[in-house]
Ligand binder design. Structure first.
Ligand code: HSE
Length: 302
């Protein structure tokens, strides 16, 4: 029986204007341990979300593994899956991506490493629906990722030195589906051009480590204004974090977590974000997270 353990980083997607195409891996990891057995399915979940994560065939790690086995023609008698989760669930920090990517990589190792990293990336994006979290989780660093005819085009950018993400994670969950339903079918030409100018500036600034430009370049008009109705105090927390010294602040993925990107004043910004959420009736916890330079990787294969 082979046992495989894969570690996958959390990720913060969009980073303001980069809706569905920009993400950064964070040093907060889930691990997926998978063992091929003779019969049946056994799933154990420890850590974040352990109470609510299904332990049957609807489990997303299991579904991802089955997709790999089907594609490569591997006959699986049974599977033991042990999940140790550090990434908060349904908060906009890439927990479902971590589950999908972890499941795919572990299953690929168990079935004889028949898929390339790129094939696994494409499969994970097909399951997740968009590549921003996925490319960051697979490759680490900052990911610019764009689907073109079913293939993901990806460039990795090294995060600016000293840059950390201060994340304020509200107590309530915001399912991605609900957060995407809040988005309009159409946007104005002005808003589209506002975003693409800022995204170009943001990617260039990140690539050159120019933190001073993050404030203006992380502004967004395509998704955050609509999603702010779902997150009490969001605008105030963003403004307060900026005042406290954050270089740029964005909604993390589909939310409800807010991420402040900064190279200084980490604890102060965290406190201000938590307090401002509280003043708006939202209990939140904070974390100060370094970017993860590495993406998902197998830690043990026995
Ligand atoms: N880019 C996605 C969104 C991330 O904003 O909906 C959520 O997975």
């Amino acid at each position: 029986m082979s046992v495989v353990r894969v570690q996958v980083p959390a990720s913060t997607a969009n980073m303001g204007p980069g809706f569905d195409c920009l993400g950064m891996a964070l040093q907060l990891y889930n691990s997926v341990e998978m063992t091929a057995t003779d019969a049946g399915l056994f799933i154990d979940v420890q850590g974040e979300g352990s109470g609510g994560i299904p332990r049957d065939e609807s489990n997303i790690v299991y579904l991802a593994a089955m997709r790999v086995f089907k594609q490569v023609g591997y006959k699986c008698g049974g599977l033991k899956i042990k999940l140790h989760n550090n990434i908060p669930v349904s908060k906009g920090l890439g927990s479902s991506t971590a589950a999908i990517v972890g499941g795919i990589i572990a299953a690929n190792i168990i079935s004889g490493q028949q898929l390339t990293q790129r094939e696994m990336l494409n499969m994970a994006c097909a399951m997740e629906g968009h590549p921003d979290n996925v490319a960051a989780a697979v490759f680490g660093g900052i990911a610019v990722a764009v689907p073109v005819d079913g293939e993901i085009k990806h460039i990795k950018i090294e995060p600016p030195k000293k840059m950390k993400a201060v994340v304020a994670i509200p107590e309530f969950n915001l399912p991605t589906k609900i957060s995407r339903e809040a988005l309009p079918q159409q946007v104005s030409f002005n808003d589209a051009s506002f975003n693409l100018a800022r995204l170009a500036l943001l990617v260039a600034a990140l690539g050159q480590g120019d933190m001073a430009l993050l404030g203006v370049s992380m502004e967004d008009r395509l998704h955050q204004p609509y999603r702010s109705n779902l997150i009490p105090g969001m605008k105030k927390v963003i403004a307060a974090a900026r005042l406290a010294g954050a270089r740029g602040v964005s909604l993390s993925g589909a939310g409800p977590t807010l991420a402040a990107f900064t190279d200084d004043n980490y604890e102060h910004i965290a406190r201000v974000m938590k307090d401002t959420f509280k003043q708006n009736g939202v209990m939140a916890r904070t974390m100060i997270l370094d970017p993860s330079p590495v993406g998902a990787r197998a830690l043990e294969i026995k």
